[in-house]
Design a binder for this molecule. Structure first.
Ligand SMILES: Cc1cc2nc3c(=O)[nH]c(=O)nc-3n(C[C@H](O)[C@H](O)[C@H](O)COP(=O)(O)OP(=O)(O)OC[C@H]3O[C@@H](n4cnc5c(N)ncnc54)[C@H](O)[C@@H]3O)c2cc1C
Length: 237
C-alpha cells in the first residue's frame, strides 16, 4: 500500500551526485543517502505505534519533534548521508573534529599532492606573495620527491591551503549539529561556505526536516534567514 505520509529519498537516486561548487576549487556533493524525512517518521511512529493519515500529519509530527525540549533527537539519526568534500586542509582539520560520523580522506602518504591550493578571492595585498610562496613550496615538494624522499615526509613542506578530498558519512542529527556550529558567524568564513552549500542540499532532499530545523534551531539560535527554496533543481556532477 502506498504511504500516506512524507516521502523518502528514492526520488533523488537518479540525480546523485548532487553537487555544489564551493570557493575557488572546492566542492560539496551528496553521493548517497538513506531514509530522508520518511526515516525520521518511521523512527517516531514506531514509538507511538501510529500511522500517517496524510503528509501534513507527518509534517506536524517532525516539526513537533524538532521543536520539543528536550529534543527527541534519535529519530533524526535514521536518515543518513554520504558526502564527498573537496576543501583546503585547514577546513578539513576543523571538520574532522566532528566525531559523530565517519571519514576517509585522500592520503598524501600514498598519493602525490596535486598542485591545487586555495587562494582567497577577496584579498589583494600580499596575494602575489602568497601564491609565490605556495608555488615555491610545491617546487620544493617536487624536488624532494625527485631526490628520493617518501611522499609522507615531503608533504611536510606544503601549507594548509592545499586542497584535500574526503568522504563523510553522517546521520541527520549529527549533520545538523555540524550545520549549527559551522553556520554560526563565529565559524571560519571558508568553512561556512561549505555549510551553506550543505544546507542548500539538505533543504532539497529532506525538505520537511530541514525547514523544521531552520525554524526551530537556525533562526532562533543564529538569526538565520532561509533563502526562498522554490527555484531549487538538482545539479548533476
Ligand atoms: C567557531 C568554532 C571555534 C572552535 N574553536 C576551537 C578551538 O580553538 N580549539 C579546539 O580544540 N576546538 C575548537 N572548535 C571545535 C569544537 O570544540 C568541537 O570540537 C567541534 O565543533 C565539534 O563539535 P561537537 O563536539 O559538538 O561535534 P561531535 O564531535 O560530532 O559530537 C556531537 C555531539 O556528541 C556528543 N559527544 C561526542 N563526543 C563526546 C564525548 N567524548 N563526551 C561527551 N559527549 C560527546 C556531544 O553532545 C557533541 O555535541 C571550534 C568549533 C567552532 C564551531
Amino acid at each position: 500500500m502506498a504511504s500516506k505520509g512524507v516521502q523518502g529519498v528514492e526520488r533523488f537516486r537518479d540525480s546523485l551526485p548532487i553537487v555544489r561548487r564551493v570557493l575557488d576549487k572546492g566542492h560539496f556533493q551528496l553521493e548517497d543517502l538513506m531514509g530522508g524525512d520518511a526515516a525520521v517518521i518511521r523512527g517516531a511512529r514506531i514509538c507511538y505505534q501510529s500511522e500517517a493519515t496524510s503528509p501534513e500529519a507527518d509534517v506536524r509530527l517532525i516539526r513537533r519533534l524538532m521543536a520539543s525540549e528536550p529534543k527527541h533527537n534519535t529519530v533524526f539519526e535514521h536518515a543518513v548521508f554520504r558526502f564527498g568534500i573537496k576543501c583546503a586542509l585547514f577546513v578539513a582539520r576543523q571538520w574532522h573534529r566532528h566525531r559523530i560520523g565517519s571519514f576517509n580522506e585522500k592520503s598524501l602518504r600514498y598519493c602525490i599532492a596535486d598542485r591545487e591550493y586555495y587562494v582567497p578571492a577577496d584579498v589583494s595585498a600580499g596575494r602575489e606573495e602568497y601564491i609565490a610562496h605556495m608555488e615555491a613550496s610545491y617546487d620544493l615538494y617536487d624536488s624532494l620527491l625527485k631526490a628520493g624522499w617518501q611522499p609522507e615526509r615531503a608533504r611536510g613542506v606544503l601549507g594548509t591551503a592545499v586542497y584535500t578530498e574526503f568522504i563523510w558519512t553522517v546521520n541527520a542529527w549529527s549533520f545538523m549539529n555540524w550545520l549549527t556550529k559551522r553556520l554560526d558567524k563565529h565559524a571560519q568564513w571558508e568553512h561556512r561556505q561549505y555549510a551553506e552549500a550543505a544546507l542548500d542540499i539538505f533543504q532539497q532532499v529532506m525538505p520537511v526536516t530541514a525547514k523544521a530545523f531552520i525554524d526551530s534551531v537556525l533562526t532562533p539560535v543564529l538569526g538565520y534567514q532561509a533563502p526562498d527554496r522554490d527555484d531549487i533543481a538538482p545539479q548533476q556532477g
